[in-house]
Design a protein around this ligand. Structure first.
Ligand SMILES: C[S@@+](CC[C@H](N)C(=O)[O-])C[C@H]1O[C@@H](n2cnc3c(N)ncnc32)[C@H](O)[C@@H]1O
Length: 281
């Protein structure tokens, strides 16, 4: 019998609890007990990759001092990275309005604009922001505007940096943008679209844990943090809002995902201004 067929890939309760606690402390992600079998199947390949016999061995490794690298693989396996180009289009309408009336006039008079896609996954959100900007300001590169895009998961950050998307991932991109901002290749009969420099030059992708330090020095004009905090508990969410408030300019916008809310906006220093859209008080 080979080692892999000997592997016991059923997660025991004690291992599940240790992994859930570790994941919560490291990333804020909550692993509900009902999701045990999903967690088990998402981590199973890690046991095989490491040639471990069962989840007890895996748990001992990730909880140990020498498990730092594996903790990153574990978080990567446990995050949900689903994203789409131009997801939740109403935020891009608000962004367009804000760019036209406020941010682009500021750029043209020599000011700076900073936009943050926090929890950017494979980069679809950040590139959608870049396309929205470039449609209104085709020579955006000449101005002091940057889009920062960050995620805890190094795997998706690498995907975003490569800026390559298979045909099925590009469905939300209007044809006029796909033709203008992407180069098409056919590899092994699959269409692959690569973002051109005019998009990639506007965006910096970086690994960043929202629970850790935020090294950015400049305040943001717009923060997209959509479909990220839905995986956090109320305590973690409530600790995040004042940090976003501090990172935003006084006339900035914070966009959350469709099923996310700031429980007490006023307490966090925000007012509601449109669907899942918040602005500093
Ligand atoms: C469902 S995706 C959302 C992507 C995009 N914002 C959107 O709405 O399409 C959630 C992303 O949040 C990231 N994430 C989860 N916990 C995080 C944390 N503590 N710090 C930074 N990113 C985190 C995940 O890695 C994942 O890529």
């Amino acid at each position: 019998m080979t080692k892999s067929t000997e592997t016991d890939t059923t997660i025991d309760s004690a291992s599940f609890e240790s992994i859930a606690r570790l994941t919560y402390n490291e990333s804020g992600l909550q692993l509900a007990t009902e999701k045990k079998s999903m967690i088990q199947s998402r981590l199973r390949h890690r046991l095989r990759a490491l040639d471990l016999e069962d989840f007890k061995q895996y748990t001992a490794l990730v909880c140990s001092d020498s498990g730092r690298d594996e903790r990153k693989h574990m978080i990567s396996a446990l995050t949900t990275n689903v994203s789409h180009f131009f997801r939740e289009a109403h935020h891009f309408d608000i962004l367009t309005n804000n760019l036209e009336n406020n941010l682009i006039p500021r750029l043209k008079s020599g000011g700076a604009v900073r936009i943050w896609s926090a929890g950017c996954s494979n980069g679809q959100e950040a590139f959608s922001i870049a396309m929205t900007l470039l449609e209104l300001l085709p020579d955006a590169e000449k101005y002091n505007v940057r889009i920062l895009a960050t995620d805890i998961d190094s795997k998706v950050v690498r995907h975003a940096q490569a800026a390559r998307y298979s045909d099925r991932l590009t469905s939300g991109i209007p044809d006029r943008f796909l033709n203008k901002f992407f180069v098409k290749d056919v590899i092994d009969e699959e269409k692959i679209y690569t973002a051109t420099n005019c998009l990639t030059n506007l965006v910096s992708f970086k690994e960043l844990n929202l629970l850790g330090n935020w090294p950015m020095k400049q305040k943001m004009d717009v923060i997209f943090c959509r479909n990220v905090v839905i995986y956090f508990d109320l305590e973690t969410q409530n600790a995040l809002w004042p940090r976003f408030h501090q990172s935003l300019n006084s006339d900035g916008h914070l966009f959350l995902g469709h099923s996310e809310r700031i429980a007490d906006p006023q307490l966090a220093g925000f007012r509601t201004d449109g669907p899942t859209t918040y602005r500093p008080l």
